[in-house]
Design a protein around this ligand. Sequence first.
Ligand code: SF4
Length: 361
Amino acid sequence: MKKTSKELMTRASILLSEIKSLAQSPFTIMEVCGTHTVAIAKNALRELLPSTVRLVSGPGCPVCVTASGDIDRYLYLAAQKNVLTATFGDMIRVPGTEKNLQELRAEGADIRVVYSTQDALELARQNLDKEVVFLGIGFETTVPTVAVSLEIAKREGIKNYSVLSMHKVVPPVLRLLAEDKELVVDAFLDPGHVCSIIGIEPIKFMAQDYSKPGVVTGFEALDILEGIVMLLRQRAEGRSDIEIQYHRVAKPEGNPQAKMFIERVFEPVDASWRGIGLIRQSGLGIREEYRLWDAVQKFSLPVFDSRETPGCRCGDVLRGIIYPTQCPLFGKHCTPMKPVGPCMVSTEGSCAAYHRYAQRS
Ligand code: SF4
């Protein structure tokens, strides 16, 4: 049954009191997922927390962590004659070295915003004279639907459809964060949607090997407050576990069917993360059996060097080393209207969230 706003406020104040009583000494939490970052900013949760509890944002915005070389690569592909690029809307204004998709479209490239891989497949069915390429960017949450689209393309023999896979997986970057000497984080709010697919087994090493407790958390303000309470309770009890707050969606075993589709179509590959560098086995490449639908193979795509945008500190923001407001360009030379880096473009980007909701650092 839906709760009234009075009941929600009462629950929030109970959780905040518990946080205050448990947080007698400093405790730094990283929210891994970009959707958490936005929810925290939108609900001004930082302002409500005691000063002993710090929240820092992590690398969980898939657009933001896409290396500049990968962006230049898809821009190169989108500019090819006869290619129709299908993409989610948040990629349109992400700057490459020279331009973005929006500018390419103004120059005549065929670039369409789609809301699902089914839309992209439909474009392929309706445009048989074109090569339709779907830009595959995202974490484990979005990968199953891309895998299904490749299955369908293979089954139906849709030969003018392919995917440029720039997908990434979360556990390897968590390990990197746990080993990062510059980063001082006590615990993690783990991504609710990713863990609803992979379950908690692949991230248990964080608690067991690195003593970094985690709580798989939902995206409402109350979910996040409850996740923080659960992490503080672990500290008070001297425990380090991976727990689930987001029970209504995430199960310990994840989603076996979604995992099966990912496994069938994709395989782990090394991947470059913006501002972080190469992380072994942190990306997903398309398996040989689906090579006809792999844009890298189909178009013999060259590799582009990754360069950081001068002055942009997205990498440090994504590693939780600085707050967005500590970037010298924030709000001056870099705004959502005129973004310098992807963290200011994407709806899940930390810089965009801080800018939109004027956050406390
Ligand atoms: Fe990069 Fe802009 Fe964020 Fe600075 S404010 S880190 S330039 S996206």
